[in-house]
Design a protein around this ligand. Structure first.
Ligand SMILES: [Zn+2]
Length: 227
């Protein structure tokens, strides 16, 4: 999970108009415009697990609406989630961090420890004390990345496999950068690294923390966008 900026784009405006009309007529918020605007805002990735390769995505209400029409049709309350994470979150984990308003990666450290499957552990470390939203968000992240039922444990394994693949690829680019023999090679690696650290990349929180955790890569910190 990273901070995502909800920009005021044409797609967002069309979605807000749809939501207004849907509320007036009591129709569904699940329109083409709302989906298109959410995909644009969240870069097509699940805001919880940051997987971009899931086959099923859904519209998620950050604050469960429980019949509240304001929350149900509020653009600010609609999030883009994979089906796996949406079905884990449901109406639990309240209060939770709003990643469109809070800088999640500065409140939680994301780390993947160990190699080779079984030794591997994903760590979510709170960086502030006594913050209920941070604690609930960490509980949700742990459930999303490890699963809560036999099926969800299987789905979580698939997500972790994708995370592992993305991180090894990223580490390979950093290695190419370090071992570059000339400026041209270094620039080529920098372009790839920069892309991987963008908001639109998959599992960005883990990639950014890999840079923050390793002092030798500090010169790459400039490619992490300021939030
Ligand atoms: Zn997800």
């Amino acid at each position: 999970m990273i901070k995502i900026e909800r920009k005021d784009t044409i797609k967002a405006q069309l979605a807000i108009t749809d939501l207004h009309n849907a509320r007036e007529s009591g129709k569904t918020y699940n329109t083409e415009n709302v989906n298109a605007a959410l995909i644009e805002a969240f870069h097509g990735k699940c805001y919880i697990c940051e997987n971009k390769a899931a086959t099923s995505y859904q519209i998620e209400h950050l604050i469960p609406y429980r019949g509240n029409q304001n929350l149900k049709y509020d653009w600010q309350n609609l999030f883009w989630s994979c089906a796996h994470c949406n079905n884990i979150k449901l109406d639990k984990y309240e209060p939770i961090l709003d990643c469109t308003k809070e800088n999640v990666e500065k409140l939680i450290a994301f780390r993947k420890k160990g190699y080779f499957g079984t030794d591997e552990i994903l760590e979510f470390i709170p960086l502030v004390e006594d913050n209920e939203a941070v604690e609930n968000t960490i509980a949700l992240l742990e459930d999303a990345y490890y699963g809560t039922t036999p099926q969800k444990k299987f789905e979580a394994r698939v997500i972790r496999k994708e995370l592992r693949r993305e991180l090894s690829e990223f580490k390979e680019y950093v290695r190419e950068y370090q071992e570059a023999e000339n400026e041209e090679e270094k620039e080529d690696a920098e372009i790839l690294i920069k892309k991987e650290l963008k908001d639109s990349s998959a599992f960005t929180a883990f990639k950014r923390w890999l840079i923050w955790d390793n002092g030798i890569y500090s010169e790459l910190e400039k490619y992490i966008p300021e939030n």
